[in-house]
Design a binder for this molecule. Structure first.
Ligand code: NAI
Length: 459
């Protein structure tokens, strides 16, 4: 059977479905191929379920620490079946909403494993879908290390970790990046003994060094052991758990090992190579700034394209490509102003350049920084959270980086993103009022101080 469309989207994750929704909105006939569920990694085994677990973890901590607020409550335990049912309910409702939206826009969803078989053709079983444009949106999957086999029982990736039916007594988390820190945080809040093994000298190594340091300190206080600058060496599994040997010889026994050493592109076995779509040595699809691949009429979006692996980057890519196909000449997606959030406790959020990257880009002597301690922020005191807002600016120029550590830092970064995205100077932001008492005020205070007119900050 031959089916003709304007656009065939291969993969219905954040990048793929955003592209399909926008293309349909622009009047194009769209087919979207998906072998699992519409919503992809983010909705089913990524952002959404992990954030539900993190919220349950916060509730557990609030109950455990309630006496700090003068409230007598006890934490009687974690009912993992109930936690999972809450998490799965969130996913289910969002999935229903999304499938309704896709249906409502008239998008043809084709279930099955798609394969690029020609520049404008995707095969799904016996069916051939043709489009004047094909959008590759097959995303990424957890990586592992050579010789380290994921068995789904003792050795898990984030996908199996999300489905655990109990709280592990103890866990070794291999990799202190975003996924490692988020799961370490959840399991610690739920009462597990957690050790993070990270080869680099710091956690969340893509973040500003001050953020990494603050997170390691906070994790240490929470009883999460962080072995930094310590690579994984070997693993033995037993019926009762794992025995991990780290470089340097330290041996760690635990119930489970979470492998969180990054995610790689899903780009093999799908006909990309055979059809001449250029891949880089790691398997990411090579595109130009406008997300065109090396094959005419074939585009790629999201985690399949090397760069930040974030759902909101996928959304932005998807919308961009739909508009590009519709001939609307959209502005290319800018990664520099994309917010980043690690949702552990405390949260680490940022947008723009780290201090080190700004110094490298603009020259040592042109960079000014200001760090405002959340200790001076009323709402943070009320929440009893610690952390900071750090601004990085170019002398007499715009704010090029904002870094926040503390509870709900991810909510603060929305405003920071507007500041860096619009290339505002601290002097532009300083006169804007922030509601009192909010954590947002810390951003206002920091800009006041950086503009030379601090109110509460020390000058
Ligand atoms: P990651 O790249 O953030 O961290 C992996 C860590 O593993 C690195 O710090 C690396 O140094 C370490 N590592 C690698 N090999 C090692 C070894 N042999 N021994 C010890 N440590 C080793 O990757 P992660 O955490 O797996 O996340 C994958 C992607 O998913 C990331 O790009 C992340 O941005 C994205 N993601 C984003 C989330 C968010 O926005 N909140 C949530 C979850 C994932």
């Amino acid at each position: 059977m031959d089916d003709g469309f304007d656009v065939v989207v291969l993969g219905a994750g954040s990048g793929g479905y955003a592209c399909a929704l926008r293309a349909a909105q622009l009047g194009l006939q769209v087919a979207m191929v998906e072998s699992a569920k519409v919503g992809g990694t983010c909705l089913h085994v990524g952002c959404i379920p992990t954030k539900a677990l993190l919220h349950a973890a916060e509730v557990a901590d609030t109950a455990r620490d309630s006496a700090r607020f003068g409230v007598r409550a006890t934490l009687d335990g974690i009912d993992m079946a109930a936690v999972n049912s809450y998490k799965d309910g969130v996913v289910r409702r969002l999935h229903q909403g999304l499938t309704g939206l896709v249906r409502g826009r008239g998008i043809t969803v084709v279930e099955g494993q798609g394969r690029l078989v020609g520049p404008g053709t995707v095969a799904v079983g016996d069916r051939r879908l043709t489009g004047r444009a094909v959008v590759l949106a097959t995303g990424s999957a957890p990586r592992t290390l050579p010789g380290l086999e994921v068995d789904g029982r003792r050795v898990l990736t984030s996908e199996e970790a999300l489905a655990l039916d109990h709280v592990p007594a103890s866990a070794v988390v291999l990799g202190g990046g975003v996924i490692g820190c988020e799961f370490a945080s959840v399991w610690r809040s739920f009462g597990a003994d957690v050790t993070i093994l990270e080869a680099l000298p710091r956690l969340v190594a893509g973040e500003d060094e001050d953020s990494s340091r603050a997170l390691a300190r906070a994790f240490g206080k929470r009883g999460i052991r962080c072995l930094l600058g310590t690579a994984f060496e070997s693993l033995e599994t037993t019926d009762t758990g794992v025995r991990v040997t780290a470089a340097g010889g330290e041996v760690l026994d635990a119930e489970i090992l979470l492998v969180a050493v990054g995610r790689g592109p899903v780009s093999t076995g799908l006909g990309y190579d055979e059809q001449g779509v250029a891949l880089d040595p790691r398997g990411f699809v090579v595109t130009d700034e406008r997300l065109h691949t090396s094959v005419d009429g074939v585009y790629a979006v999201g985690d399949l394209v090397a760069g930040l692996q974030l759902a909101h980057r996928g959304f932005a890519h998807g919308m961009f490509v739909a508009e590009e196909i519709a001939g609307r000449d959209p502005a290319p997606v800018r990664e520099e102003t994309m917010p980043r959030v690690t949702y552990c406790d405390p949260e680490v959020a940022s947008v723009g350049l780290t201090e080190a990257a700004a110094r490298a880009a603009y020259g040592e002597e042109r960079i000014r920084t200001l760090t405002y301690d959340l200790a001076g922020n009323g709402k943070s005191q009320i929440l009893r959270t610690q952390g900071f807002v750090k601004l990085v600016r170019v002398e007499d120029g715009p704010v090029v980086g904002v870094h926040v550590v503390g509870a709900r830092a991810g909510e603060l970064i929305g405003e920071a993103q507007l500041i860096t995205g619009w290339e505002a100077h601290p002097e532009d932001v300083a006169p804007l009022q922030h509601a009192h008492p909010t954590q947002h005020e810390a951003l206002g205070e920091a800009h006041l101080a950086l503009a030379g007119t601090p109110l509460h900050a020390h000058s």
